[in-house]
Every structure is written in C-alpha cells, then in structure tokens.
Design a protein around this ligand. Structure first.
Ligand code: CP
Ligand code: NVA
Length: 309
C-alpha cells in the first residue's frame, strides 16, 4: 500500500521513533562529507521526488532537495503558478500524471483538503511540506533536535506560545504519539483545532490550554513559538496586540526549567513572537533545528518509500 505522510499519525509512534534513530545514525555517518555527497548506501539511487510549492519556502525546499541528493536520488520543483495547476488542472489529474513520472511527491499548499485529494489519486507517496492544518516534517526535525540535545521525550513538558496554528497541531499530534505533555498558551480566539488535543489526550498525553503565558512555560523542558501571522493570513494589528503577552522573552524563559530548550521553525519575526535575547541566546536550538530538516526529511522519505520501519 502507498505510504502517504500527511500527518504524523500516518506513520505512527514506532515509525517516528525509527525516523529519529535513523536520522541520528545517518547524520553521524556522513560527518565531514560535502553536503551534497551521497550517503555510502545511497538507498534512493535512481529515485526522483517532485516538489510542488503553492506557498513560499526556504527550509522545506532546500532540505528536501539536499535530503534526496544525500540518499542518492534527485528532485525537481514545480511551482503552483507556472505548472498547469496554476491554470486549473485538477489536483487529481496532477497526482495521476506525476505518479507515472516520479517516485514520490512533496507538496506545500494552502488547503489541507488539497493534499488529501492528491493522496487519494497518487500511486506514489505524498508528503506534506506544510498545509494550513499541519507541518509534520517540521516536527520530525524538532523531535530529532531535542533528542539530540539529550531530552527524553516521554513525560517531557513542552510549552507553546502564540498562535494556535499548523505547527502547533503537529506538536500536539507528536505529544500523543510519543507521550509528552504540551501546555498551550494562546489568546482567546486563536485556539488550535480541538480535534488534535482530543486525539492526543485519548492517546495518553496531557494537553493543557491556558491564557496565561507564565502558566504555559512553568517548569517546561521545551519552549516553542512560531510566527503570529502564518502564510495566507491577513496581517491584522488586532491579532498582533492579542499575541503580545505571549512574546517569548528572557523573563518568560526564566520561568521554564533552567536548561529549557527554545525552538522556532523559522522564519522568525524578531521583536514579535520572540526577542533577540532568546532566539540568539544559549537556550536556542534554532540552527540545529533548521539543519535537522535535512536529516529528518531523509527519514521521512525512507519511511514513505518503504526503506524504514
Ligand atoms: N520551517 C519551514 O518550513 O521553513 P520554510 O517556510 O522556509 O520552508
Ligand atoms: N505557521 C507558519 C509556518 C512557516 C514555516 C506558516 O504556516 O506560515
């Protein structure tokens, strides 16, 4: 059966754990090699990934390209506007055609329903490179980053501050799969989709919603935030003011554990969701997190193509 990766639950706990372990091994094994050199086993030699972007990207685009190269394969990019998708060709027909030409499809799109439609009609794996609903590939990189920095995931305490967005949804999903807890500090009107919290709670994670930023971060092992205005959302002053009490500052970080880790998927808006003293400070893991997109995407591709877990 074709293995799509639209959300973390498509893979499940064991596969996510296997992805993290494999990423750690592959990263160590290629230390010192040029970034575009293939891993010794080149497991995806001869394979091609098509990447479709209907929204901007730096990390997702470059990390998937480098990931495929390191696995011995190749990638190509279609942008929504200049492909026939931009002239109205259906997602279903695009999926059918690409399935005859390439070995896997990664898509970044505005509407999660589009990626579900693509997965229904593709006979090769479809991977979510971000939708309005979720960003699972980012969270594999985030998990890898904190594990690499010595955090045991089960029972760990994560704090989210700011907007209840796509990245948060995937963190909550990961909490249910890997048994950690999330305290979500978001202003009224910007809550995450309750379905994610309900599923994570049913899986045994404690997901707490609070309007109090201090309560969200108290004793946390990991503090995470993201842009207050995601791609496709209006830049509203009203939203920015509502978010201000959730800005990640040194005072807020001081209420988390003394060795708490700070994550941000990037791009960042310094002075909005986080101040420079935190994002550039000693607890920030953002550059490892960004690099780990490459290593995480390799694991996702290997899993989707049946080479892992
Ligand atoms: N974090 C992330 O997905 O970055 P890009 O938007 O640059 O791909
Ligand atoms: N929440 C952000 C993530 C960017 C990587 C967005 O959707 O724009």
């Amino acid at each position: 059966m074709t293995k799509h990766f639209l959300n973390l639950t498509d893979a499940g706990s064991d596969a996510i754990a296997a992805m993290i372990a494999d990423a750690i091994d592959r990263k160590a094994a290629r230390a010192g090699k040029p970034k575009g050199a293939a891993d010794a086993d080149a497991p995806l030699a001869g394979h091609t990934l098509a990447m479709i972007f209907e929204k901007n990207s730096t990390r997702t685009r470059v990390s998937f390209d480098m990931a495929v190269r390191q696995l011995g394969g190749t990638s190509l990019i279609l942008d929504g506007a200049t492909s026939q998708l931009g002239r109205g060709e259906s997602i279903a027909d695009t999926a059918r055609v690409l399935s005859r030409m390439v070995d896997a499809i990664m898509i970044r799109t505005d509407d999660h329903a589009k990626i579900e439609e693509m997965a229904r009609h593709a006979t090769v794996p479809v991977i979510n490179g971000l939708t309005d609903l979720s960003h699972p590939c980012q969270i594999v990189a985030d998990l890898l980053t904190v594990v690499e920095h010595g955090l045991a995931l089960p029972g760990s305490q994560w704090a989210w501050l700011g907007d209840g967005n796509n990245v948060l949804h995937s963190i909550i999903e990961a909490a249910g799969l890997l048994k950690f807890d999330v305290r979500v500090g978001v202003p009224e009107g910007y809550d995450p989709d309750p379905a994610f919290a309900e599923a994570a709670r049913a899986a045994g994670a404690t997901i707490t919603m609070t309007r109090d930023a201090g309560e969200a971060v108290a004793g946390a092992d990991v503090v995470v935030t993201d842009t207050w205005i995601s791609m496709g959302q209006a830049h509203a002053e009203e939203k920015l003011s509502a978010m201000m009490p959730y800005q990640v500052t040194p005072d807020l970080m001081a209420q988390a554990k003394h060795d708490a880790k700070f994550l941000h998927c990037l791009p960042a808006h310094r002075g909005e969701e986080v101040v420079e003293a935190v994002i550039d400070g000693p607890q920030s893991l953002i550059w490892d997190e960004a690099e780990n997109r490459v290593h995480a995407q390799k694991s996702v591709l290997l899993w989707a193509l049946g080479r892992l877990g």
